[in-house]
Design a binder for this molecule. Structure first.
Ligand code: NAD
Length: 293
C-alpha cells in the first residue's frame, strides 16, 4: 500500500507556485492577491480560511480576510462581493461556505465575477469545465487530479466510483474523471444517497472517491484488492483525548481500506491540503490572466 501524501504533494505544488510568483514579478507582474469573505464564526470554516491565508503567505501572495458577522444580510454580502469584483488589486476571491441559512448560496456564488471565481463554483466556470474549455476548476477535484498525476496512477480505462454528488466535489469530480485526458479517461459511476446496492459498484471499482461526510463509511469489505481510495471527507468527531475536544475523520475507514488498497489518501494530511494548494494555483492563474484575458 502506498500512502498518497497530501502534505508532501501540496508542499511541492506550493514551492512551484512560489517560484512562479517570483518569476512573474521579476518580469513586472503584480503580486497575486486572494481575498476571502467569512460570514459568521463556524469553527471548521475559521480553520479552512486560516489555512488559506497561511498558504498565501507561504507562496508570496497578498491576502485579505474580510470577516462579516453571522447576522450579515444577503444584501450586505452581495454589496461586499460587488466591491471585491470591482477592486482591481484583488485577482480572485472566495466566499467561505457554508453560509448562514438566511443567505442564498446560489445567489452569492453567481454574484462573483467568473474571472475572479477561483473556487470554480460559478455556473460559467462549471459549464466551461464540463465542456473542456479553460476554467477555474473547483479546488478539491482539481487537487485530487493533481494527486493522481503526482503518483502517476494509471486511470485510463479504469472504473472510477464517486460517492456523493455535491456541486463542489462529487459532481465535478465525476465529470473530470471521465474526460479524455491522461489522469482521467475512466468509466465513471456517480453514486449518491439513493443508490441501491452501493457495494456492487464499489467492489468493482479500481478507484473510489468518497465524499459524503459520513466518517468511516467506506470499509475494506466494500472495495476490491488493489483499489485506489481517495478520501475527501472531513468530519469533526468528538474525542476527549484531544485538547480541541475533537479529531478529524475521513469518510473511509482507513485501517480496513489500507489493508486492501494499492494507494490511499489519509485524513488529515490528504485531499484537504491539496484543496488549498489548488486554490493557490487558481489564484496565480487569475493574476496571470491565464483563463480569462
Ligand atoms: P454534501 O454534504 O453536500 O453531500 C453529501 C453527498 O453524499 C450527497 O450528494 C448525498 O447524495 C451523498 N450521500 C449521502 N449519504 C449517502 C449514502 N449513504 N450513500 C451514497 N451517497 C450518500 O457533500 P460535500 O460538500 O461534497 O462534502 C462531503 C464531505 O467532504 C464532507 O465531509 C466535507 O466536509 C468534505 N469536504 C472536504 C473537502 C476537502 O478539501 N477535503 C472539500 C469539500 C468537502
Amino acid at each position: 500500500m502506498i500512502l498518497i501524501d497530501g502534505k508532501k504533494t501540496s508542499a511541492e505544488v506550493k514551492a512551484d507556485i512560489k517560484q512562479e510568483v517570483e518569476a512573474f514579478k521579476a518580469k513586472g507582474g503584480k503580486t497575486p492577491h486572494l481575498a476571502a469573505i467569512l460570514v459568521g464564526n463556524d469553527g471548521a470554516s475559521e480553520t479552512y480560511v486560516a489555512s488559506k491565508v497561511r498558504s498565501c503567505n507561504e507562496v508570496g501572495f497578498d491576502s485579505t480576510l474580510e470577516r462579516m458577522g453571522k447576522e450579515t444580510t444577503e444584501e450586505e454580502l452581495l454589496a461586499k462581493i460587488d466591491e471585491f469584483n470591482k477592486n482591481k488589486d484583488i485577482d480572485g476571491f472566495i466566499v467561505q461556505l457554508p453560509l448562514p441559512s438566511h443567505i442564498n448560496e446560489q445567489k452569492v456564488t453567481t454574484a462573483i465575477l467568473p474571472e475572479k471565481d477561483v473556487d470554480g463554483f460559478h455556473p460559467v466556470n462549471v459549464g466551461r469545465m464540463a465542456l473542456g474549455q479553460p476554467a477555474y476548476i473547483s479546488a478539491t477535484p482539481y487537487g485530487i487530479i493533481q494527486m493522481l498525476e503526482k503518483y502517476d496512477i494509471d486511470t485510463t480505462g479504469k472504473h472510477c466510483v464517486v460517492i456523493g454528488r455535491s456541486n463542489i466535489v462529487g459532481s465535478p469530480m465525476s465529470i473530470l474523471m471521465a474526460k479524455n485526458s491522461k489522469y482521467a479517461n475512466c468509466t465513471v459511476t456517480l453514486t449518491h444517497s439513493r443508490t441501491k446496492n452501493l457495494q456492487e459498484y464499489t467492489k468493482s471499482a479500481d478507484i473510489v472517491i468518497v465524499a459524503l461526510g459520513k466518517p468511516g463509511f467506506l470499509t475494506g469489505e466494500m472495495i476490491k484488492e488493489g483499489a485506489t481510495v481517495v478520501d475527501v471527507g472531513i468530519t469533526r468527531v468528538p474525542d476527549e483525548s484531544k485538547k480541541s475536544g475533537f479529531r478529524i475523520q475521513g469518510d473511509a475507514d482507513f485501517e480496513s481500506c489500507a489493508e486492501k488498497a494499492s494507494y490511499i489518501t489519509p485524513v488529515p494530511g490528504g485531499v484537504g491540503l491539496m484543496t488549498v494548494a489548488s486554490l493557490m494555483k487558481n489564484t496565480l492563474a487569475a493574476a496571470k490572466k491565464e483563463i480569462y484575458a
